[in-house]
Design a protein around this ligand. Sequence first.
Ligand SMILES: NC(=O)c1ccc[n+]([C@@H]2O[C@H](COP(=O)([O-])OP(=O)(O)OC[C@H]3O[C@@H](n4cnc5c(N)ncnc54)[C@H](O)[C@@H]3O)[C@@H](O)[C@H]2O)c1
Ligand SMILES: [Zn+2]
Length: 351
Amino acid sequence: MRKITVSGNGGYDILIKNGILASCGQYVRKVTKASRALIISDSNVFSLYGQAVASSLAQNGFTVASHVFPAGEASKNLNTVEGMIKALCENELSRNDIVVALGGGVTGDMAGFASAIYLRGIDFVQIPTTLLSQVDSSVGGKTGCDLAFGKNLIGAFHNPKLVLIDPETIKTLPDRYKNDGMGEIIKYALIKSEALYEKLASCNNIDSVLSDVIYTCVDIKRQVVENDFTEKGERMLLNFGHTLGHAIEKHQNFSGLAHGEAVGVGMLKITKAAERAGLAGIGTAQKIETLLNKFSLPTAFSGNTAELVNIMLYDKKRRGNSINLVIAESVGSSFVKAFPITELEGFFAEA
Ligand SMILES: NC(=O)c1ccc[n+]([C@@H]2O[C@H](COP(=O)([O-])OP(=O)(O)OC[C@H]3O[C@@H](n4cnc5c(N)ncnc54)[C@H](O)[C@@H]3O)[C@@H](O)[C@H]2O)c1
Ligand SMILES: [Zn+2]
């Protein structure tokens, strides 16, 4: 078993181990005196892993209930969160009880948000089951859901008490979502780690190095969130490719490209634009494209740039008349740059 500890106020452990899901109860028990646990999961994941998690929690003395919502980003809204809150009420969870978020980023973000606002905040544990949620969304305490105006526009910072990562769950993940998680993994390499880039570029079989890669990414995220929990500086780097990626997702009504796919296109487009503007070394975009191709991620989006820019104006990274964009100047090195919104369309025009 490998352990990463996120330190600071409200610190927590992240445990990575094959098979840890089926013995989750013993680890959850160590971080809480709760008598009740509500498992929140989506319709796909609950049928695969719900029983194992419920049994393990019950064996460790929890009174277990579950709440299942329809899988998919289209569910990531306030109605679904309200359904979760009702389940918390119906099952009489108290301030001392605990929520167990079992699933991908959609589940973790919303279950975390419901935990943050129910009774002004109760504990929750993350058991992420997608590659994306294992390397990214389960760590760092960002929770929330989408609004009709855009993605993740409502939410709260609420740290989990514990994150349990079972890399074996990736075996049941459809290929598309596995590749999708690779989008975020490529992001970590670009913003922080040339060594990770080389590992991804040179491996013949990602499965054989996946556990290591998950560990590396989680550790990068740990370091970033420890330095800047509320995203005033360094944490913004994690948004590389996201401003454009989110705009693409919104443009397609959250039913086109998946998150990591859209982020991949976003990273490539902004890096092409940055190369043209002299902000990134020539060849950086090509290196991104090589990895996107290797992991069967899309490299283009057929939308209109002006429309995407218009959507970006609602992005959370907007500050008054400018918007913060993350630029990778070379593999492993990145910075944040504020762009006046009037320059955005020109910047992205030919990318
Ligand atoms: N909080 C953060 O810091 C943060 C960071 C990155 C992304 N996110 C959010 O994460 C979300 C995307 O997460 P996601 O890609 O995990 O999406 P998701 O939760 O919708 O999962 C993708 C699909 O895989 C299915 N699934 C999950 N685990 C499975 C398994 N082991 N086997 C089979 N099927 C499985 C799900 O049912 C779903 O259909 C976005 O909403 C994004 O905004 C949040
Ligand atoms: Zn992301």
